[in-house]
Structure formats: C-alpha cells, structure tokens
Write a protein that binds this ligand. Structure first.
Ligand code: SF4
Length: 245
C-alpha cells in the first residue's frame, strides 16, 4: 500500500487505521510493508485470485515500497496479474519500470484534460497549482498512458464525475486517452469529502448519461464498487472483504 501522495485532490480524504466502517477509496486499516503484502497474498491465495493491485491510500508511484512489493510479488507469484492505480503524474517516468516488474494493467485517474479544470479539482500538484503546473500535469498523464501502452500494459482510465465541474469534460478525457491507447474508462460518482464535502454527488441518471456519451469512444467499466485500498474480492460478486481486525 502506498502511504504518501504527491498531489492533493480536493475530494480526497485519506484515512489509515479504519477497520469496520469507512468503505470507500483512500481508506485502509494499515500501511503494509512489502513483506507483509506478500504474506497477505499468501493468505488469500486460491484459484480465484488472479490480480494483485496497489491502489493507495496515497499515490503508488511516489512510494518506493510499491516497486519492492511488485518485485517480491512478481518473483513469488509469477502467474498473478499485477496492477497499479496512479494519478499519472509520474507515470511517464515509471511506465518502463512497471513493465519490467511485470505489471500488466494500470489504472490512471484522469478527471479532465482541461488545465483550467485541473486547477478546480487539485489543491496542489507537488506543492503548487497554477496554469503551467496544470498543463504539465495533463501532458504527463497522457504521456504516461502512451508509455504504458507502448510497453504492452493495458490502461484503464478512472474519471470522477463531479457535478458542475467534470460533467462536460469526460468525453474529451475518453478521446485523448483512447488516442494514447487506453482501452477502458471507469466513470465513478463523486464522494463528497474534503474541500468538496459541500458538493452533491451526481444522480444515477447523470452517471448513465455521461457513460452513454463516452461509450462510443471507450468501453465503459460498470462494476466499480469504489473499494477500499485493502479490499479483496471480485467486484460484482458481492464478496469483497477487507481487514477488520
Ligand atoms: Fe487522494 Fe489519490 Fe488524489 Fe492522492 S491522487 S490526493 S491519494 S485521490
């Protein structure tokens, strides 16, 4: 699990130490060491376990432990599909390394490709936010998708639907991501937290409408349950669990 993050999304509220309540992204019971992560894979190893992912509660690519974990898991469970979720800031630099470590799928959160909207969504990107920083962020995210797909990694794009902010932005995200080789888009509703706690989540109708507009550009993923970082299970089968003790 990735402890630190290099940006601050205005909707993000990271919490470590959460056990039985708190079922949403950026929440986990604990930050596991790479060795503990391998133990956990052993613990849940069965014929249904196909994918192991590092998804937070922070940004995997700015945590060295991510790379050690991937290496250990790849060495010991070469049949498992390795997956990493990222905000994309470091993806163009790290895409080659991920491929070398055996990563087969990457999920990049791209909420907009419009720098003006980036400034509305991110409180800072590596400590700063202005037009230039926002432009560079979008460029790096898109370049990162390209580097991954060039390395044979399948890329899914996660996009958060935020009423009044990204409602009309996700088609262009789909267009630009597809151009760089992304194969799937996962549009998920805003969970109003942090600086965005006063915003409303989108309605089901709004989500369906935006997915419909985007699906002629990129296939849409509809099984997302907005899992915690420490979840284990198959989305859609109702058997997703997480560490309670
Ligand atoms: Fe939170 Fe992820 Fe945004 Fe970092 S990139 S602030 S962990 S949602």
């Amino acid at each position: 699990m990735a402890e630190h993050c290099n940006v601050q999304c205005r909707y993000c509220c990271r919490e470590v130490g959460i056990t039985y309540h708190g079922y949403r992204p950026a929440v986990t019971k604990e930050i596991m060491t790479p060795e503990k992560a391998v133990e956990r894979v052993f613990q849940y190893m069965n014929e249904r376990l196909k994918v192991v992912g590092i998804a937070g509660p922070g940004e995997p690519l700015c945590n060295e432990a991510t790379f050690r974990t991937l290496s250990l898991v790849h060495d010991q469970f070469s049949d498992l599909i390795l997956c990493v979720a990222t905000n994309g800031l470091l993806l163009s630099e790290k895409g080659d390394i991920l491929a070398d470590l055996g990563v087969k799928t990457v999920t990049v959160t791209v909420n907009t490709v419009n720098p003006e909207t980036v400034e509305k969504i991110y409180a800072h990107i590596q400590g700063k936010i202005n037009k230039k920083v926002a432009e560079t962020f979008v460029e790096k995210q898109l370049k990162g998708i390209e580097v991954c797909t060039d390395n044979g990694i399948l890329v899914k794009v996660n996009s958060i639907l935020i009423p009044g902010i990204t409602m009309n932005e996700l088609e262009e995200v789909a267009v630009q991501s597809r151009k760089r080789g992304a194969v799937l888009q996962n549009i998920t509703p805003l969970i109003p937290l942090g600086e965005f706690s006063g915003l409303r989540p989108p309605t089901c109708e709004e989500i369906q409408l935006v997915r419909k507009k985007c699906e002629h550009i990129l296939p849409q993923f509809r099984l997302c349950k907005q899992c915690r970082a420490d979840a284990v299970g198959v989305p859609g089968l109702g058997d997703v669990v997480f560490e309670r003790m």
